[in-house]
Design a protein around this ligand. Sequence first.
Ligand code: 7TS
Length: 415
Amino acid sequence: MSQRNLEALDVGAIREAFPILQREFNGEQLVYLDNAATTQTPDPVIDAMSDYYREYNANVHRGIHHLSQEASIAYEEAHDRVAEFIGASGGREEIVFTKNTTEAENLVAYAWGLNELGPGDEIVLTEMEHHASLVTWQQIGKRTGAEVKYIRIDDDGRLDMDHAADLITDDTAMVSAVHVSNTLGTINPVSDLVDIAHDHDALAFIDGAQAVPNRPVDVEAIDADFYAFSGHKMAGPTGIGALYGKKAVLEAMQPYLYGGDMITKVTYEESTWNDLPWKFEAGTPQIAEAVGLVAAIDYLEDIGMDRIEAHEQELARYAYEQLDAEPDVEIYGPEPGPDRGGLVGFNLEGVHAHDLASIMNDHAVAIRAGDHCTQPLHDKLGVAASARASFYVYNTTAEIDELAAAIDNARQLFA
Ligand code: 7TS
């Protein structure tokens, strides 16, 4: 991507929409590079949620009164907007709102996995799964007798697709794979994985927590049976995520949570289930958060998902090159290119990632340090922890220079 494209995105103007970026610590302006954990929230999202509480806060699907009607319409239409955003032509029936990506994984694991899996079945994951998927399917495996297998990664942090082709067989019932690794930055060839899964009549679940915020995603082009992401990683509020599911697959599934709103008819003996997606949305849902998520989607689409992707690729390349020039910095994951997303995980020799993050924090540079909920992957990399800088639409190359300066600082302190 050219520099011109980067400039085409007016980062200065974008930053003005994010009040939190003005914060200072120890007299230094915040440099927020922990976007893979959670992104910051722009004024239009804050305003939309504030308007909801000021103007039309009410419970949904149960009131005849004006406020409930307005809230219900906004809440229902939020499903349509999410469907449109990720290319789900089935509309609201294919979008279930959840708390986050983790809950979407659990919904499918409980509602589909517990009922459908048994001894002899296999669940295929990748070695770079987030705990949200890894721990969930591991437990479902233990409870059902299904065996969990892992597609290997190579030394560059890419999936070994030959191994995937060997591992996925007619015994495979579910392939669950991360779209973009939150630790390595690898963008996986998920539509190829889905094709292999379908060749063997297995279902495919794609964890899009690190993909939907940063690039155009078309779930039907990927052909995933399930696809999940979180609002708080895409300029939206916490407390809301979405599970996309193909209509026929969702229809065949039992509910996950029982209670109000997810039923059609209830007697003392029996209950029948509501239509999609409400069958999977028991109880009072995240109404304000759904309103906020729509505002976030509008905000991101106004900028353009392709431009956001280009901006992040550029920042990731810049950061990679800065860090790669340091002989004592080890970077994880593939080299910059079309299959690497907007984050860089690394370690500075002789300095624990937590100490590094703490020194950076003294300079108001916020990064993540730890295992990033990928402990088995860290075991495989041979480290207990790593540091990670992750970028979003409001980050600049100047902020990456500050990251590099803070690394210099840490090196001197520990020398
Ligand atoms: N999947 C991936 C790939 C993720 O990166 C995360 C969160 C999740 C699932 C879970 O998302 P949640 O919204 O349900 O929590 N990843 C991170 C991270 O890298 N640092 O903090 C959270």
